[in-house]
Design a binder for this molecule. Structure first.
Ligand SMILES: Cc1cc2nc3c(=O)[nH]c(=O)nc-3n(C[C@H](O)[C@H](O)[C@H](O)COP(=O)(O)OP(=O)(O)OC[C@H]3O[C@@H](n4cnc5c(N)ncnc54)[C@H](O)[C@@H]3O)c2cc1C
Ligand code: FES
Ligand code: FES
Length: 1381
């Protein structure tokens, strides 16, 4: 299908002012260069009035029907907005295709381009593209918010692979390699799936994939041959889509000059034009000018200034070409990083000088780690260096500094050449000065300059330490080292050396000249290296306020060590003349450079489907997956704005406790109102959220109670204007007569500031703690640990649309997990009855608990503003505001006292836990219950605790996937690890010693939760996993590895989890329409967790009990519809992992009634006609007035509402002792889903939760400043897992544990518990660190045995791990080699 043929190009114009299209030809109305012409999915767009600051994303989402382009971050960090941009080179007659982040691309810069979004690939109407079908079939789309961007990234990789000169791929497959396929989505974030299935989709297109490596899917069953599998995959036709429509090729389309009100967009075509333009502008004072290349800089600077003039530099030939001039590469400033990489690689084909080639190759490889491909395709070299000069932590500046690059700069008519070093040291360029080009020298060793010997060599290395190995994360420190060295009989001499370092909390990249000077002319020895490292540590001194300063300096030391040690080694082994690539790979110096050729090796999924309740038990495709991929799925912000719709943005407090004396907005632009608590109608309540434990105000009244508290809602004509108004608002605070805020749990204790926990929710102690302590051989007293928070990072931020309806009613579309509670809150706030408020939720772009309580105020604020202004009001929170307001997981402080026997059996545990709950109760009072539920995973003997829920001046903390349980799991493992460390025994044996027997399980959890003995599957899981993961063998291998590797250590750990859940009452309704199609409504909301899919399966299974002919087709007849609070009451919470099964049970009850009503008629008809099909039966039922709609309210019985989930994981990691990086080599999981209702859905939950857990344990730091204001507020600083940080191999087995009488069709939940399994990654890391520390102790000459305990913080980020491995481990190592040590 060629979409562009299906949709003939039309000529029209769309303006930002009015979106109507006319059929006039452009030349009739506007001058040719005063228009913007481009295509989107084959449709022609022509605009003559464009606000130059408009991004492509803003245009697509607000002015076209192509809403698949999602706003996930607005700063280039998530890939949700990726589109394919295609350009036609009329000289070469070639189309260039590449992905770009549409949130950063300015609309004016796409003149003459064609844009393809996922809608352009196919649709439900025209037929899905094989990419869409495979996303659905490999179960690679859960909430679906990231999926359109993923599809585009993959599509781009496929399109470009076809352009390579590789041999033709077989029919139906692409030329893409499996390794490229995985990397295609390395810049895209997904918070739901854990990436493994997405990687499978990508790899399924590549010619070199081993079909056996592809995971569970709906295309084939086990045992098919590779060829048969290929045949089953939806066919890929590389020629199907034409990315650049013919009509655009024929347009005379010069770069535009556009005016919009006072603003203009210029596209000078020659240096002369640019010069005179700048000259003329210089005469105008107060004119804000922006030179533009790729415009990715706004992703970092988030400039709110409104520029008057935009000058696009990309059409000036001198600025956009790359020339090889004898001794250097002259690169125009607007050349993109992607093009530069290609050029550097091309140069590597020239092997006339292997050293220059090597340097270029390494520079190219370093540049490949900058941002993501969709950024590198836009980002220019010049833009990067100009930003570097302003203080941006650039990689390019560092890399080019070491090779002594030069730059050409134009100021007025002056043109000057500067070294990069001089350029960086100057004040930032003003907007009238232009960086023209960069000269990168093609290097050769200076043989004659120093030692006239043929064994002189250039050595060059670049380094960067960042949380994501493939890029898409700024470096903690980057480095680039170049040395000219000679080997002689006694060793290696340094003739010259350039050591450039950057990104470590310094204004710009610098040379470590003290170290350089020290080294030049000297023979390398261990002693010299040791001294040089000392100088390096002193030279790298991050500015005040930089995070992890000592870590950053230690990285510089590590990198220099890595660079020079092989040379010392080569010298020491007297391999004269042998400095080459292999020098850096010699066995003595095996460092890890973070390169991974294959990100994910084969993963295994072991699932058993059960046919007993067909189609329940089948791994059927998630409902709506294909339309999520094709971008047709409608999320709240995709609903077209009603007429006169306004947009709101929150103004929030930046003070923890202060009087709010006034709020002023600096930007009055199109501001309609600033809504605050004062606008609450008479009789209404200032309420934004409520739970069983109390309300939270919608807005701060006169007193703000935390940083991040909502103060007001700025309402403007567009979201952009509302955001600017809110962002620039000035709040006048006063702290007169106020006590200091309570910011720590210790302060809360001091002031007895607690939330009450209802006694029925406070768990009971077990046993007698004093007695347990008395029985113990050993005691640990009051050990302290702390845990921080975690942010949800749902890909769709909080959003709602409120539309006033007749008769004082309000319809609110909300992305929420609890529509019923939002309805109640809005009614109370507006002082209207609940039946006047209709909250509708169709789908949620990821919730993880964050769209339960925290979504209510968002809906309520829109409703209040809509009520006041009598106009529809919507909001889509920007990522920063979302992160500041979200609350997130509960931070806590824990003290434990534990008594244990010499064999590791714990006899008593007492915990004192202080939870920081923030300003409002939210769900915090259930935290003790949740925590104790997961803490009881081991038989502690006697178990007592004191858990206090502290009320503080922080944003209220809320439920986040596994709330309390994940922290409790960590605490339990910390205790176990501590005991093992004290006793110096294997931690695995301590775990096993403290496993529950079934009796102790009943004692700890009670008979109802524990269920039948057979249901306690943990012991089976444990032994099964030990076998299937080859645990014992791998432990041995890890030991051997650790003995033979100095700078990398491995750790392996097997950990069990227990997670108690409970069911809640849930409503359902099943209605059969005249044509036999079926509509299902449930209380539960589809968040991506597959609730609708399971519900459909359940309805099909139960209705098939009528036993009509052909009831296999029932599944296709069922549609689950959106939650609507006026249609289905008592919908309750979608939370706690059990809403899917409760909703299924509610549907089972409805179907039972319908089956009872239909069966007599069916039997009668069958007697008459012999056979009855479903449609005929329903037709007859209508004639006979059978009631074809049944409702139910499933109320779980008290004795069966609770149960325990079991699972275990083995994880093996490798820690880099020089950088602190932890690679997760393999995770093996077994998780008991009972009889899974849909193994594909459950597998997705297990893998997705596990990876989210990796985020919690290893990566995600959700930090606040001293006022409690969240300071990591975007993708730059908050790093969720990406495809390069998940386990290289992830094997998951879903245990089909057979019959559970009290469970819904014997199934068990999968939403939250598997998140806890990620603690295995943390434990494995701790084990690897222990090895590192033992080695360090031996280097230090300490032989007092292994340490008793290593407390490893959560998250175990690179700085944390490196600190424990020894920030100075390199120096101690060298010291140990020096004579006399
Ligand atoms: C998500 C993300 C991640 C990133 N990660 C990294 C990273 O890890 N390492 C790294 O080094 N960089 C990183 N970058 C920075 C990126 O390389 C720069 O944003 C990019 O190179 C800037 O180029 P541009 O063409 O988009 O510049 P623009 O955004 O167009 O311009 C940036 C600034 O430079 C000015 N300017 C541009 N060209 C010229 C010129 N020729 N003369 C004078 N002024 C000019 C502009 O007026 C503007 O002030 C990242 C960027 C993003 C968005
Ligand atoms: S929205 Fe553009 S990259 Fe995230
Ligand atoms: S499916 Fe990827 S973010 Fe939800």
């Amino acid at each position: 299908m060629d979409l562009h043929h299906l949709q003939p190009p039309f000529i029209g114009r769309t303006t930002m002012e009015d979106t109507q299209r006319t059929s006039t030809t452009p030349t009739e109305t506007v001058k040719q260069n005063q228009r913007l012409v481009f295509a989107v999915n084959g449709e022609r767009f022509e605009l003559s009035t464009v606000d130059p600051s408009t991004t492509l994303l803003q245009f697509l989402r607000s002015q076209t029907r192509f809403k698949s382009v999602k706003l996930g971050c607005g700063e280039g960090g998530c890939g949700a907005c990726n589109v394919l941009l295609s350009k036609f080179d009329s000289t070469l007659k070639q189309v260039e295709d590449y992905t770009v982040s549409s949130c950063l691309t300015l609309l004016c810069s796409v003149n003459g381009c064609s844009i393809t979004t996922t809608e352009g690939l196919g649709s439900s109407k025209d037929g899905f593209h094989s990419i869409h079908q495979r996303f659905a079939g490999f179960h690679a789309s859960q909430c679906g918010f990231c999926t359109p961007g993923m599809c585009v990234s993959l599509f781009s990789a496929l399109v470009n692979a076809e352009k390579t000169h590789r041999p033709e791929a077989p029919l139906g497959v692409s030329k893409l390699t499996a390794s490229e396929a995985e990397k295609a989505i390395s810049g895209n974030l997904c918070r739901c799936t854990g990436y493994r299935p997405i990687a499978d989709v990508c790899k399924s297109f590549s010619a070199d994939v081993d079909m056996e490596d592809l995971g569970i899917n709906s295309f084939w069953k086990k045992g098919k041959s590779s060829d048969a599998k290929l045949q089953k995959l939806p066919f890929y036709d590389s020629k199907q889509i034409c990315t650049y429509p013919e009509f655009l090729k024929n347009e005379d389309n010069p770069p535009p000059l556009l005016k919009y009100q006072k603003r203009s967009w210029y596209s000078p075509l020659a240096m002369e034009d640019l010069r005179s333009l700048l000259e003329s502008i210089s005469a105008e004072s107060d004119v804000m000018v922006k030179l533009v290349a790729g415009n990715t800089g706004i992703g970092y600077y988030k400039e709110v200034e409104h520029y008057d003039k935009f000058i696009d530099l990309r059409f000036i030939p001198e600025l956009s070409t790359i020339k090889r001039v004898e001794s250097h590469l002259e690169v125009g400033a607007t050349v993109t990083i992607s093009k530069l990489i290609l050029a550097l690689k091309e140069e590597t084909n020239d092997d006339s000088c292997s050293e220059g080639v090597m340097v270029f190759k390494k520079i190219a490889s370093h540049l490949e780690k900058i941002a993501s491909e969709s950024i590198r395709n836009l980002a220019s070299l010049g833009g990067n260096l100009v930003m570097a000069q302003k203080g941006f932590p650039s990689d390019i500046a560092t890399v080019l500094l070491a090779v002594k690059s030069k730059v050409a700069v134009m100021t007025g008519i002056e043109k000057e050449f500067l070294t990069l070093e001089e350029f960086l040291a100057r004040p930032a360029l003003d907007s009238r000065s232009v960086l023209l080009s960069v000269h990168v020298p093609f290097l050769k060793s200076t043989k004659n300059g120093y030692l006239d010997k043929s064994n002189t060599k250039l050595v060059f290395e670049t380094h960067r330490a960042s949380p994501r190995p493939l890029g898409n994360a700024l470096a903690y420190l980057n480095a680039s080292f170049l040395a000219d060295v000679s080997t002689c009989d006694n060793g290696v001499v340094i003739n010259s050396i350039q050591l450039a370092l950057g990104s470590f909390g310094i204004k710009h990249a610098v040379r470590a000249s003290t170290v350089e000077n020290y080294l030049v002319g000297k023979m390398l020895t261990f002693g010299l290296l040791y001294e040089a490292l000392k100088l390096m540590r002193a030279a790298v001194s991050p500015e005040d306020g930089t995070s992890h300063p000592t870590y950053r300096s230690s990285l510089a030391v590590s990198f220099l060590f890595e660079f020079l040690l092989p040379l010392v080694d080569a010298g020491a082994s007297n391999i004269s003349g042998c400095i080459n690539e292999s020098t850096y790979n010699s066995p003595r110096v095996t460092f890890d450079h973070g390169e991974r050729t294959q990100l994910l090796s084969s993963a295994k999924q072991v699932v058993e489907s059960s046919h007993e309740h067909y189609p329940v038990g089948e791994p059927i495709i998630k409902s709506g997956a294909a339309i999520q991929a094709s971008g047709e799925a409608v999320f709240v912000d995709d609903i077209p704005s009603p007429l006169n719709c306004l947009h709101g943005a929150f103004i929030y407090s930046t003070k923890p406790l202060a009087w709010v004396k006034g709020v002023k907005s600096k930007s009055e632009k199109d501001l309609h109102a600033v809504v605050s608590f004062r606008d609450i109608p008479k009789g209404g309540v200032n309420i934004g959220a409520k739970t069983f434990f109390g309300p939270e105000p919608l807005f701060a009244d006169d007193l703000t109670q935390c940083s991040g508290q909502r103060i007001a809602f700025a309402v403007a004509d567009t979201q952009k204007n509302a955001d600017v108004a809110a962002d620039t608002a000035i709040v006048d605070y006063d702290i007169k007569d106020l006590e200091p805020p309570i910011l720590t749990v210790e302060q809360a204790v001091e002031k007895s500031s607690f939330f009450e926990v209802p006694s029925f929710l406070y768990p009971s102690h077990i046993g007698d703690f004093s007695k347990g302590m008395a029985e113990a051989d050993h005691h640990i007293h009051s050990a302290e640990i702390k845990l921080g928070s975690q942010y949800y990072f749902y890909m769709e931020t909080q959003t709602a649309l409120a539309v006033p309806d007749e008769d004082n009613c309000m319809v609110v579309y909300s992305s929420i997990q609890v529509p019923e509670f939002a309805q109640s809150v809005i009614a109370q706030c507006l002082n209207i009855p609940e039946n006047n408020v209709r909250v509708i939720t169709r789908r949620v772009g990821g919730g993880f608990g964050g769209k339960a309580i925290k979504a209510m105020p968002v809906a309520a604020a829109c409703a209040l503003a809509a009520h006041k202004l009598r106009r529809p009001v919507r909001t889509y929170l920007n990522r920063k505001t979302d992160m500041i307001l979200a609350g997130g997981r509960h931070p806590m402080k824990i003290n434990y006292t534990v008594g244990f026997k010499s064999n590791g059996k714990i006899t008593a545990l007492h915990l004192d836990i202080l939870l920081n709950a923030g300003m409002a109760p939210d769900i915090s009072p259930i935290m003790p219950w949740n925590m104790v539920g997961a803490l009881k995973k081991y038989d502690w003997g006697a178990f007592s605790f004191d858990i206090k829920v502290c009320k503080t001046n922080h944003s209220s903390k809320s439920a986040m996937r596994g709330p309390g349980e994940v922290q409790a799991t960590y605490i339990a493992e910390a205790v176990i690890e501590h005991v093992a460390a004290v006793l110096l025994i294997d931690v695995g044996s301590v775990r096993e010693t403290n496993f529950h027997t079934f009796d102790s399980l009943r004692l700890f959890y009670g008979n109802d939760s524990a269920g039948e003995p057979l249901e306690y599957t943990l012991p089976t899981i444990w032994t099964k996993l030990m076998r299937s993961s080859n645990f014992a063998d791998r432990v041995e291998k890890v030991k051997k590895f650790n003995q033979s590797n100095k700078w990398r250590k491995k750790g392996i750990s097997q950990v069990p989890i227990l997670h108690e859940v409970s069911l809640r009452a849930t409503p359902g309704r099943v209605s059969i329409l005249r044509d036999g199609s079926i509509v299902v409504e449930v209380g539960g909301v589809e968040l991506g967790q597959g609730l609708w899919t399971k519900v459909k399966q359940m309805a099909a299974y139960c209705l098939s009990e009528v036993r009509c002919d052909g009831d296999d087709a029932l599944l296709e007849k069922i549609r689950v519809i959106q939650a609507d609070t006026l249609s289905m009451v008592q919908g309750g919470f979608t939370a706690g992992s059990t809403t899917s099964e409760a909703s299924c049970e509610a549907i089972r009850l409805c179907c039972k009634v319908l089956v009872e009503r239909l069966t007599p008629l069916k039997e009668k008809l069958q007697d008459q006609a012999g056979s009855v099909n479903w449609d005929f039966l329903i037709l007859q039922a209508n004639f006979q007035s059978v009631n074809l709609s049944a409702s139910s309210y499933f109320v779980p019985e008290f004795t069966s509402m609770r149960y325990i989930n079991y699972g275990a994981a083995v994880t093996e990691v490798e820690v880099n002792l020089l950088t602190g990086e932890t690679k997760i080599l393999q995770s093996d999981i077994i998780y008991d889903c009972g009889q899974s209702m849909n193994p594909a859905v459950d597998l997705g939950q297990i893998e997705g939760a596990f990876v989210q857990g990796i985020g919690f344990f290893m990566l995600e730091e959700y930090l606040t400043n001293s006022d409690g204001l969240v300071i990591v507020d975007g993708t730059w600083t908050y790093k969720i897992p990406t495809i390069d940080t998940i386990p290289n191999q992830l094997n998951v087995e879903i245990l089909n544990s057979g019959h559970h009488k009290k469970r819904v069709l014997s199934s068990k939940s999968s939403g939250e518990p598997p998140l806890l399994l990620a603690v295995s990654v943390h434990c494995a890391t701790r084990s690897a660190i222990k090895e590192a520390r033992n080695q360090l102790r031996s280097w230090k000459g300490l032989d007092d045995g292994p340490e008793s305990l290593i407390q490893l913080d959560v998250p175990a980020t690179m700085p944390v791990v490196k600190t424990l491995c020894g920030l100075d481990n390199v120096e101690f190592y060298l010291q140990s080699l020096l004579p006399g040590s």
